[in-house]
Design a binder for this molecule. Sequence first.
Ligand code: WT7
Length: 647
Amino acid sequence: MSDQIYSPSNAFSEKALVSSMNDYRNLYNNSIKYPEAFWAEVADRITWTKKWDNVRDFDFVKGQIKWYEGGKLNVSYNCLDRHVEDGHGNQTALIWEGNNPEEDETYTFNELLHEVQKFANVLKGLGVEKGDRVCMYMQMIPQLPVAMLACARIGAVHSIVFGAFSAESLRDRINDSSCKILITQDTGVRGTKLNIPMKSNADKAVAETPSIQHVVVVQRTGESVDMTEGRDTWWHESMASADAVCKPVEMDAEDPLFILYTSGSTGQPKGVLHTTGGYLVYTSYTHEKIFDYKEGDIYWCTADIGWITGHSYIVYGPLANRATTVMFEGVPNFPDYGRFWDVVDKHKINQFYTAPTALRALMKEGNDHVTSRDLSSLRLLGSVGEPIKEPEWKWYHEIIGKGTCPIVDTWWQTETGGIMLTPLPGATPLKPGSATFPYFGIEPVLLTEEGQEIDGNNVAGLLAIKTSWPGQMRTIYGDHDRFIQTYFAMYPGYYFTGDGARRDKDGYYWITGRVDDVLNVSGHRIGTAEVEGSIGKAIGVAEAAVVGFQHVIKGQGIYAYVTLMTGVDESDDIKASILASVTKEIGPHSKPDVIQFTPALPKTRSGKIMRRILRKIAENELDSMGDISTLADPSIVQKLIKTRPAI
Ligand code: WT7
């Protein structure tokens, strides 16, 4: 890691919302010293119908977290109506860029509000009431944010399931939170795939989800799909007859806004629950300051709305700030590897926020796709999802940003709701690969394995957060005990992130990656236990263990060790059926990159799989295997090394 420092240019700093490290430090120190006064002032950026009684109340032992208790507001009102009332109804709120470069749509705040009110009435007509869960299984089409905001308007809780998940995953998520309605689309388009079977997957899922009463189907491609009479309705048909006025429901600050499933190291995915007031305050505040968002800017986050990045930084944060936000249906390499840059030029993007995995994939195609585009509208670049390493950081900075755009490397999680560690673009001197410093109000600490805080600089440990912030998740839906066990029990008094980090000599934070059995594959969070379970369902498989390994494009790849049942021979057919099983149980994004068959897994005498050894072999770090004497059968290690496939 180089020690080269990139300071913001004077030109950028002069106009920035936070323009010096002094300003950052003063405000930061104030936020930590007087958190209640600080967060009370920040919350004024949102319109409340009733002010809160109590700014914050949290107990990290019991996992009880409350912000702005007693306050009342509506998220859709804050994202739409208030901008219209302020005279900005004709400003563009949403730009939708289709998979096909010739397709795009724009929605003003007036238009978006109109759609949202109508769809809120459609939901009401289908019997949706405050507190009901509504599942969405969609690609990146404008009806997705419309449906989210419509839920928020009437107090329904949305649960979005990323469009690449399989019917089985969708079914399990619907059942976990007993959703009443499912919203989907006929088929989807992404890159060269022009017929992604959304409705037929939804049908398979809904066959085993007793709670679903109705399915609303957006006509995206016009492909013919089965419609079940009495259960299924077309979006456009119900919208045509829907009433145009729907008053926003007054919500408590702590009423749930959405559930979003994410993978952990064990068991089924967790339904991360976010609530209304704190989440909106936090996403809006971070979006403005970190992206230095100013009136008139066109802001594009390339994430999928099926993940938290899209929830917080395509929809809620930007719209609360009256930003013009862009959503993209396609992929970076269709029609060619210059697509992102075409979109930047076409819509004159000022802030561009993407993931390192996309940068690596584009970087390897050379610079011609970039230099043939203009890109002069870009003012700021962002990165999220995994550590951004020096080569892609420099490429991003020099080739995309022409050396003039600050890069904000933002560290956060589904659980944190919003960005936690980040540079402030007009203030922070950057070190490539470091997420630099905590955002206002955030108190990170490094802990030893025993839970002792590690003071000073030039140290490394487990990353934890000492006090609550408004965007923090409130519980795991339906399993508060698991919430406590997962995030608070191991290190009492702290929120434990699951990441390791280093604080360098200048106090900069460097995320070193997950310390649990969670992988980060192309910015997607994947639980090894889930992948193992889905491999185990393939016929002939006795046992599987999954670890990560360094992958040039994906960041981490998935390496699976598989033991077959006695009498079953290793074959390409078995490999294919393993991949098919993972695709069916979870989705194609969780397919292993490498499958190694082995007669046995390295286990201790008590039967525990020694993953440390499996990781070493996957990484081809064969000289540093460490102590293997506690294995029940140490000879298995040599066998594994001998049969390791070349990667
Ligand atoms: C995990 C959270 C909310 C962001 C999208 C992913 C890793 C995220 C960074 C970064 C290094 C990062 C962490 C974290 N991660 N951003 N800037 N630098 N690592 O959300 O699916 O909940 O995954 O992504 O390991 O724990 P997620």
